[in-house]
Design a protein around this ligand. Structure first.
Ligand code: F6R
Ligand code: ZN
Length: 190
């Protein structure tokens, strides 16, 4: 690891774009079947298939002593009354934490554990959110501009999407009377 040389990456705080871009992953609505609770709204919106979010990963070895770091951009919009959001995941090594620093926009950071704990934090420019070990995490754009944030986590943490894909999150964030509102997920476990 001592052979690995220090380096800079440059981040545009407004767009979240990294230079060099590293590994860019874009997720469109078509990549998120079964994620949003209103399937009729999902099907109707598939005519446009909008980009929901993307994230730029700096290329770092997947080893314990390193730190993965990345920027994410969640675009504004809704599927029915549910805001655009990330898929969400546990880490493949579940006891690894993560820090998110928000640069732009308004978001909700939804977190849960397999034991049944649930927590939501606000994201706003300057917010530094600590995602402890064992907490699944998803970000939701509840504003009208892109939600841009930086994340950093252990080099070998990896990602487990399967648990969330199978069961979902315990709760959803929907718009009700123009206000982001947390409700029980009617589809949880189905
Ligand atoms: C990395 C992390 C973020 C997310 C990104 C996209 O551990 O939490 O960089 O990977 O915000 O969300 P997902 O990975 O849930 O599609
Ligand atoms: Zn993560």
């Amino acid at each position: 690891m001592a052979d690995f040389l220090p380096f800079n990456t440059t981040c545009d705080f407004t767009t979240g774009v990294l230079n060099p871009p590293g590994n860019l992953i874009s997720r469109y609505l078509a990549d998120m079947q079964g994620v949003f609770h209103d399937n009729d709204a999902y099907v109707a919106m598939m005519k446009e298939n909008p980009k929901i979010y993307e994230f730029y990963n700096v290329i770092i070895p997947e080893e314990e002593g390193h730190l993965q770091h990345c920027t994410s951009i969640v675009y504004p919009g809704k599927v029915g009354n549910e805001y655009f959001m990330t898929k969400g995941h546990y880490h493949a090594i579940p006891g690894t934490a993560e820090i998110y620093i928000c640069f732009r926009g308004r978001g909700k950071l939804v977190m849960q554990t397999v034991k049944g704990d649930f927590k939501v934090l606000d994201m706003y420019p300057g917010s530094i959110s600590y995602i402890p070990p064992f907490w699944a995490h998803r970000t939701i754009n509840v504003g009208s501009e892109p939600l841009v944030f930086f994340g950093v986590y252990r080099g070998d943490a990896g990602h487990n999407y399967g648990t969330i894909e199978e069961k979902g999150f315990y709760k959803l964030v929907i718009e009700r009377n123009n206000i982001p509102t947390i409700i029980d997920n009617p589809l949880y476990g189905r």
